[in-house]
Design a protein around this ligand. Structure first.
Ligand code: SF4
Ligand code: SF4
Length: 267
């Protein structure tokens, strides 16, 4: 059964409780940045004079980040969330380029960089729970559940109040469908990250591979392969160094504690 999130923009009051909950659940550093970043998996943005929208990974049904990754570091899980495996990633950053919603971010300044984005709190979902953001939302503007049930709920809301909503469920068909579904009182054309894919119903991986299949692949994939080998080796060396430094720090702490213990005994 595939899970999803229904976002009802008419109910969002811009309180940012979802951003704060995300930060706590994922141990993200506090930041004043107003854009997606390694420390911001979700941001709430204003639609001037008309409300707010939530900007985060759409957990596509046919994710381009998955199809474009040469080493299968991205995975569309059977539960719905799209997740990233750090042990497989070779740092080519194709996923950043390929995402139709410009979601994944990269830790450019970290010596052991990672690709970062919302995981729909996969660990919590896999354990039978719900994402931190949906749990925290005080107005029910973001609702977690089975995707098919959320579609029924969205249809019910549109049917019950036709004058209130734009008659469209975003994510039902866009880019081949997404696990995040949006209904809105504001035209989707006014929501920049959704607007650019409003007219694309075909799964984007198919479009991507149609383009890639026309390119001479020796140069492209040869380059990516060599860079990938370099990146993986470099990453392993850096991880080993980090582990060694942590071991040294731990050993230092133990040594520093011994004289104190001796002093206690003498007293
Ligand atoms: S929105 Fe982008 S990062 Fe998220 S699943 Fe779709 S392609 Fe991947
Ligand atoms: S917690 Fe709910 S109401 Fe508050 S900003 Fe997020 S989606 Fe909007």
């Amino acid at each position: 059964m595939s899970k999803g999130i229904l976002v009802d923009l008419s109910l969002c009051i811009g309180c940012e409780s979802c951003m704060e909950a995300c930060r706590q659940v994922n141990n993200l550093k506090p930041t004043k940045e107003r854009r997606l970043s390694p420390d911001n998996y979700v941001i709430v943005e204003e639609i001037p004079g008309e409300g707010y929208y939530r900007h985060a990974c759409m957990h596509c049904e046919h994710p381009t980040c998955v199809s474009v990754c040469p080493v299968a570091a991205f995975e569309k899980t059977p539960l719905g969330p799209v997740i990233w495996h750090g042990d497989k990633c070779m740092g080519c950053r194709y996923c950043l380029q390929a995402c139709p919603f410009q979601i994944p971010t990269y830790e450019w300044h970290n010596p052991v960089p990672a690709v970062r984005k919302c995981t729909m709190c996969y660990d919590r979902v896999a354990a039978g729970g719900q994402p931190g953001c949906t749990e925290a939302c005080p107005t029910g503007a973001i609702l977690f559940g089975e995707r098919k049930d959320l579609i029924s709920e969205a249809e019910r809301r549109l049917g019950d109040e036709p004058g209130k909503y734009v008659p469209h469920i975003y994510g039902l068909r866009e880019v081949g469908g997404t696990s995040l579904l949006y209904i809105s009182h504001v035209p989707f054309e006014k929501i920049p990250f959704l607007a650019r894919n409003l007219k694309t119903e075909e799964p984007l991986p198919e479009l991507t591979w149609r383009v890639l299949s026309k390119l001479p692949n020796v140069v492209g994939f040869g380059g990516v392969f060599l860079f990938g080998v370099y990146w993986i080796i470099n990453r392993r060396i850096q991880l080993e160094r980090l582990a060694q430094e942590q071991e040294k720090e731990a050993a230092k702490e133990v040594i520093e504690e011994v004289p104190l213990a001796d002093q206690d005994q003498q007293e």
